[in-house]
Structures are given as structure tokens and as C-alpha cells.
Design a protein around this ligand. Structure first.
Ligand code: DGY
Length: 326
């Protein structure tokens, strides 16, 4: 009789992680590119001792209750707003995530978004490909806004926010930050100045979001807050879509109340083709790919697999969001 422990992996992760799981466990791998439905997750989790989840899998109390043997939910992301932590806690199920591994990849992408919107990179590519480049050079061709030496406002000075600020320092940017608690080491290292949210919004040329999604941050960047931003400022986010009131952002962009936005995350993902944001030309969009580089995703895959292995072998995992029991 095969009494190996069973792990449900809700998407094809990188082989480095799968190999770790396959060595010890019976791996039930969801190989479709599209996610399993909630009913499918429930069906598979019934027999599972562990589940390896993505941020787009809703792991609510109904799913957790359907899993009598479940010991660990290991999330391939740093954010975990898709998981009902209380329901996991009640059942003594560990929840783990992948911090650190994606800090630099995410900050790199925030910076890429910022450069793309301000220096019109996407527009320039489309312009050339469309055969619109008829004059070799002109002093007013595709003027963008300056970035070097401007002010970068970081909302949420956790690991990714701080990494973004470091990149900003490389461009001689002045760094303002808004965070619940002061970060003296960060202030020293980056010359960052802690200010309240309104001041940050009023004074920054670029506002970059790095907060998790929770009750305090849901809709945090609403019409009133966007209204405080400079007309020339840009909003950058690869945090979570619902932190921004998307309707308010649309109005602000359409009416040129701010200069532009660059987003990797949306209230509903994937974004619908007819989402009004996509009609605007002062926005750059991406399909939630901030951590998507090969090294980072391999590291994330290994971290999730190692944490599952630890729990199923009766050991404490490394990256604990909720401490479970054995
Ligand atoms: C995370 O880890 O929360 C990121 O959004 C994944 O790219």
C-alpha cells in the first residue's frame, strides 16, 4: 500500500521545486495553464496533506474545511490575501509564503514600470513598429518626464519598498516614505524621510505602492488621495489591485489630474479587455509579473517545496505566516 503523503500543487511550478516534492511525496500536479476552479481545488484537497497555492487560488474557510488531513498551505508569493488565515489557524494548519526571494525582482519591476511610463518606452516601441518614425530626430519627439533627481514616495517600507528606494537613490532621487513604524536603518541607508501619507502624495513625483492588501489598505488610494497628487506625478503599483480605487484612478488619468500610472496589479485579474483603463494612453499595464524572472521563480518554488517538506516531516518550516501544530 502506498502511504506516501499527498501534496496538491495548483500550478506547474519550476522543476527545482517539483523535484524536491517528488522525492518524498505523492504529487498531485495541476498541469493546466488556467487555474483549477474552487470546486476542483476542493475535490483535490480532500485527500491532500499539503497544498502549494498561487495568489489567484481562493483558499477560504470552505476549502480549508474540505481538507481533513491538511497540515500546510504553502503560498508561492509573498502576499497571502487569498488565504483565510483565521480558518487555517483554527485548524492548526501552517501557512507559509516566499518573502525575500522576490524582493529584488519586484523592486526591479517597479522601477521598470516607472521608467516605462515616464520615458514612454511602450509607446515608443509601438510607434516604431507602426511605421510612424518618419523623421530621424526631432527636439520635441516623444518628450517624457524627468526621473533622475526627482522625488520618489514609497508607500509601505517593507522589504520591497526599501529595495525600490535603493534603486531610486541610484537615480539620485529624494526618498519620502509612509510606513506605520519608523525605519531608522532605512532612513540612514537611503536618506529616506518618513512623512504622513498626505504629505507624501503632495510632494512626490512618483508614488510607488508596496503595501499588502488588508482592511487598512483596501481602497487606500482613493479619489481624495489621488487628488492630493501633483498634476505631473505618476502612480506605480505592483502591490495588489484593490489598494487603488480603480474608478477614481481612471477619472484622474482621463482628466489629466495626474500624469500617468503604471500597474502590474488590478482589482480583478486578469483585467477585462474592455476595462476603461485600457482606453487611456497615459498608463502602462502588465499582467502581474513582478516576480517573474527565472532565478526568483526557481527560488520561490524551492522555498514552498522545502516548507511543505519540513511540515510533513514534523519540522518547523522557515517562512511562517501562520504557525500550525503537528
Ligand atoms: C507576491 O508575491 O505577492 C507577488 O505579487 C507575486 O509576484
Amino acid at each position: 500500500m502506498d502511504n506516501k503523503k499527498r501534496v496538491f500543487v495548483t500550478r506547474e511550478i519550476l522543476p527545482e521545486g517539483l523535484a524536491i516534492l517528488k522525492k518524498k511525496f505523492d504529487v498531485d500536479l495541476w498541469t493546466d495553464y488556467a487555474p483549477p476552479s474552487k470546486d476542483t481545488i476542493i475535490e483535490h484537497i480532500k485527500e491532500a496533506d499539503a497544498i502549494l497555492t498561487m495568489l489567484s487560488d481562493k483558499i477560504d474557510s470552505e476549502v480549508i474545511e474540505a481538507a481533513p488531513k491538511l497540515k500546510v498551505i504553502s503560498q508561492l508569493a509573498v502576499g497571502y490575501d487569498n488565504i483565510d488565515l483565521n480558518a487555517a489557524k483554527k485548524r492548526g494548519i501552517y501557512v507559509t509564503n516566499t518573502p525575500d526571494a522576490l524582493t529584488d525582482a519586484s523592486a526591479d519591476f517597479s522601477f521598470a514600470l516607472m521608467l516605462a511610463i515616464t520615458r514612454r518606452v511602450v509607446e515608443a516601441d509601438k510607434y516604431v513598429r507602426a511605421g510612424k518614425w518618419k523623421v530621424a530626430w526631432h527636439p520635441t519627439m516623444m518628450l517624457g518626464a524627468p526621473l533622475h533627481g526627482t522625488t520618489l514616495g514609497i508607500i509601505g517600507a517593507g522589504r520591497i519598498g526599501q529595495a525600490m528606494a535603493k534603486r531610486g537613490r541610484g537615480f539620485d532621487m529624494k526618498i519620502l516614505y509612509y510606513n506605520r513604524s519608523p525605519k531608522p536603518d532605512f532612513e540612514k541607508e537611503c536618506g529616506a524621510q518618513r512623512v504622513d501619507l498626505d504629505r507624501l502624495l503632495k510632494e512626490s513625483d512618483f508614488v510607488s505602492l508596496h503595501v499588502p492588501l488588508n482592511e487598512q489598505t483596501l481602497g487606500m488610494i482613493n479619489a481624495e488621495k489621488i487628488g492630493l497628487m501633483k498634476k505631473t506625478a505618476y502612480l506605480i503599483s505592483n502591490a495588489r489591485g484593490p489598494v487603488i480605487d480603480e474608478k477614481a484612478l481612471y477619472e484622474a488619468l482621463k482628466n489629466k489630474k495626474i500624469a500617468g500610472a503604471a500597474l502590474d496589479v488590478f482589482c480583478k485579474e486578469p483585467i477585462k479587455k474592455n476595462n476603461p483603463l485600457l482606453e487611456l494612453d497615459n498608463i502602462v499595464v502588465a499582467p502581474h509579473i513582478s516576480s517573474a524572472n527565472t532565478t526568483t521563480r526557481a527560488k520561490m518554488s524551492v522555498m514552498t517545496a522545502e516548507d511543505i517538506t519540513a511540515v510533513l516531516m514534523g519540522k518547523e518550516p522557515k517562512n511562517i505566516v501562520v504557525k500550525g501544530s503537528f
